[in-house]
Write a protein of this length. Structure first.
Length: 172
């Protein structure tokens, strides 16, 4: 299967929003603080318009789509279908840490039938390449610790746990 990661197009916003809803659905069991649907995590238009961000999609050839029996949305290229996405945004690091800036990765999504087939790796390679082009030396992302499949995918790509944020509801 040939996976290609590239910069997303404005015309692909409906697919990006659908992918984002897949993330929300997957994360809802891990987070009781999420508001009821519909919710959106990200402003893709602003990210796509920012010189300090890169929104990426992964696509495969239509022949692969037919073999996989997926119902994905066609891209502007008539011979391909989107199967995943992610973004990177340049962020200031905490003032007491180095490097001063890092790339924060978010909205990492792969269609369920394509997981474990290198799609996430292709997206990560594209985003790391963008981060390097921006002179960034480190990448970070957030993931629910209970999301074991996602944690494994990120560890496979070279990420390591760094800081655990904890919360507590104040009793009434």
């Amino acid at each position: 299967m040939q996976v290609t990661a590239r910069t997303a197009r404005l015309s692909e916003l409906p697919t990006l929003r659908r992918f984002e809803q897949g993330i929300v659905a997957a994360e809802r069991p891990f987070d009781p603080t999420l508001l009821p649907d519909p919710i959106a995590y990200h402003d893709f238009e602003s990210l796509m318009d920012s010189p300090d961000a890169e929104v990426a999609v992964a696509e495969i050839a239509r022949t692969e789509k037919a073999k996989a029996k997926t119902a994905g949305v066609k891209t502007a290229k008539a011979d391909s279908v989107l199967v995943g996405c992610g973004f990177a945004v340049k962020k200031a690091s905490r003032h007491y840490t180095e490097p001063s800036f890092h790339a924060h990765f978010g909205c990492m999504f792969v269609e369920p039938e394509f997981r474990g087939k290198g799609v996430n790796q292709a997206i990560l390679r594209h985003l790391v390449s963008w981060a390097k082009s921006m002179g960034l030396l480190e990448t970070r992302l957030t993931v629910y610790p209970e999301n074991a499949a996602a944690v494994r995918a990120y560890e496979k790509a070279g990420f390591a746990a760094h800081l655990l944020e904890m919360r507590m509801r104040i009793p009434e």
